[in-house]
Design a protein around this ligand. Structure first.
Ligand SMILES: *[C@@H]1O[C@H](CO)[C@@H](O)[C@H](O)[C@H]1NC(C)=O
Ligand SMILES: *[C@@H]1O[C@H](CO)[C@@H](O)[C@H](O)[C@H]1NC(C)=O
Ligand SMILES: *[C@@H]1O[C@H](CO)[C@@H](O)[C@H](O)[C@H]1NC(C)=O
Ligand SMILES: *[C@@H]1O[C@H](CO)[C@@H](O)[C@H](O)[C@H]1NC(C)=O
Ligand SMILES: *[C@@H]1O[C@H](CO)[C@@H](O)[C@H](O)[C@H]1NC(C)=O
Ligand SMILES: *[C@@H]1O[C@H](CO)[C@@H](O)[C@H](O)[C@H]1NC(C)=O
Length: 386
């Protein structure tokens, strides 16, 4: 797998290595020790959860792990030597090439690639250094963003002083730095209760919630991503979230038609997630308070009339989850939120969409979901004592 990814790369540094066989061999050893560089496409797809998919959905302009490694390698190499090596390799015969492979292999073994922990320490030391340039600071953060992806590395982050260093950057005057820092916290916390609790312990949830209100769109989006990752399936995190009025914040975003559409999608997605995945420890707890707040529920239902299809779909998913909670009242959905009318308007709109060939399949799937929501709603209504 690593071999396939490496073979598809045509960057001069890899000329140095001359053979993907050697690289793949080393890669195997590296990956067995949990090395970040060799996280393969398949590993990633296996790890994709719903929340990840949501993140990837809206992921723009990032870079893969291998790119990150190359950046690092190029940054730490002598450019003249790189060039000479690349020229040399092009002149070699097959025989010389295989001899060269052996030499490279020995060289690599001697060189001893730094471990992920060492790479994280270098990046953290850079963050701790107040005199480095903005560019270097951003590069250190981008490296950490990649390095924290494997769970073992994320688990080490706090031990190495990384969380404290990253959290300090949430106060940086540059929005780009704050954005990257929030992104790392989100990535490290994703599906990782240990890191979630460390982040909560360090008291940054309220800071992240404030960042969601930033007028810098990317900062707001990455902060909301981090908030979602930190509280997902975490009872303590969700309690803090409500204590900090996180529900009102979501309501404000959902009902603000000038808010960025990605932020609105993430908000309603978080609502669906909160309604759907109640933490196990909460079974004996009263259900979370906002699920019975009618203004909150209306802000979700109103999104069904949005002109963004994705937002409409996510609101349907959220409503489906909310309807299934015992604490939500069918009559509130009917009388206060106007769910019947919203469902009917959506039916008409979807009927219109099926006339356009390129949207037909999508409209059909949405209609199936719409009918499911309608039937759940009506079953809930039937149970209301008259
Ligand atoms: C990979 O590890 C095995 C033993 O764990 C060793 O024999 C082999 O030489 C290593 N290969 C490389 C390329 O480091
Ligand atoms: C960075 O600073 C933090 C505290 O501010 C400290 O815990 C950590 O050891 C430092 N790490 C490095 C690599 O300088
Ligand atoms: C901090 O960064 C500056 C500028 O890059 C560098 O000269 C200095 O050696 C660094 N300090 C430490 C302690 O690494
Ligand atoms: C960030 O700034 C706020 C307000 O100035 C301050 O209270 C907080 O301690 C700072 N956080 C960190 C981690 O430096
Ligand atoms: C964000 O708001 C501040 C004032 O609150 C303003 O100075 C800044 O220009 C705004 N930034 C953007 C990107 O609109
Ligand atoms: C709605 O969002 C826009 C854009 O982010 C923001 O400027 C405005 O203050 C928000 N309005 C309310 C009522 O929150």
């Amino acid at each position: 797998m690593a071999k396939a990814r490496i073979a598809s790369m045509s960057i001069s540094v890899l000329l140095l290595l001359a053979s993907s066989a050697v690289v793949a061999d080393i890669a195997k050893n590296k990956s067995s020790s949990g090395g970040v560089f060799w996280a393969t496409a398949k590993d990633e797809s296996e790890l994709v959860t719903k929340a990840d998919a949501e993140e990837h959905d809206e992921f723009e302009g990032g870079f893969s792990s291998l790119d990150g490694m190359l950046q690092w390698a190029i940054g730490h190499s002598d450019p003249t030597k790189l060039k000479e090596a690349a020229d040399d390799v092009q002149r070699l015969s097959a025989n010389e090439l295989s001899k060269r492979q052996v030499e490279i292999k020995e060289f690599m073994e001697k060189l001893k690639m730094p471990s992920d922990a060492e790479l994280m320490l270098i990046a953290i030391a850079d963050l701790n250094n107040s005199s480095i340039s903005l560019e270097d600071r951003l590069r250190a953060l981008n490296e950490l963003l990649i390095l924290v992806e494997p769970i073992d590395n994320a688990n080490d982050l706090n031990k190495l002083g990384g969380l404290v260093a990253i959290i300090r950057e949430l106060n940086n005057s540059e929005p780009e730095i704050r954005t990257a820092s929030a992104w790392i916290l989100g990535k490290a916390s994703q599906n990782n209760p240990l890191v979630q609790n460390q982040v909560l312990e360090l008291g940054v949830l309220s800071k992240l919630l404030n960042m969601v209100k930033s007028n810098f769109t990317e900062e707001a989006i990455k902060a909301l991503y981090a908030v979602s990752a930190v509280i997902r399936n975490n009872a303590h995190g969700q309690e803090l979230f409500f204590a900090e009025a996180g529900d009102l914040m979501l309501q404000d975003i959902m009902s603000n038609s000038s808010a960025d559409v990605r932020l609105r999608r993430k908000s309603v997605f978080l609502v669906a997630d909160l309604a759907e995945c109640q933490p196990e420890s909460s079974t004996n707890r009263a259900e979370l308070p906002f699920f019975s707040n009618r203004l909150f529920l209306k802000s979700v239902v109103d999104l069904m009339a949005s002109n963004d299809l994705d937002l409409q779909e996510k609101s349907l998913l959220a409503i489906r989850s909310l309807l299934q909670l015992a604490s939500t009242e069918a009559l509130v959905f009917k009388e206060f939120c106007g769910l019947d009318e919203a469902l009917e308007r959506m039916r008409e709109q979807l009927e219109g969409l099926t006339e356009e060939e390129f949207q037909r399949d999508y409209a059909r799937d949405m209609e199936i979901l719409r009918r499911e929501v309608k039937s759940i709603f009506h079953r809930k209504l039937e149970k209301v004592p008259t």
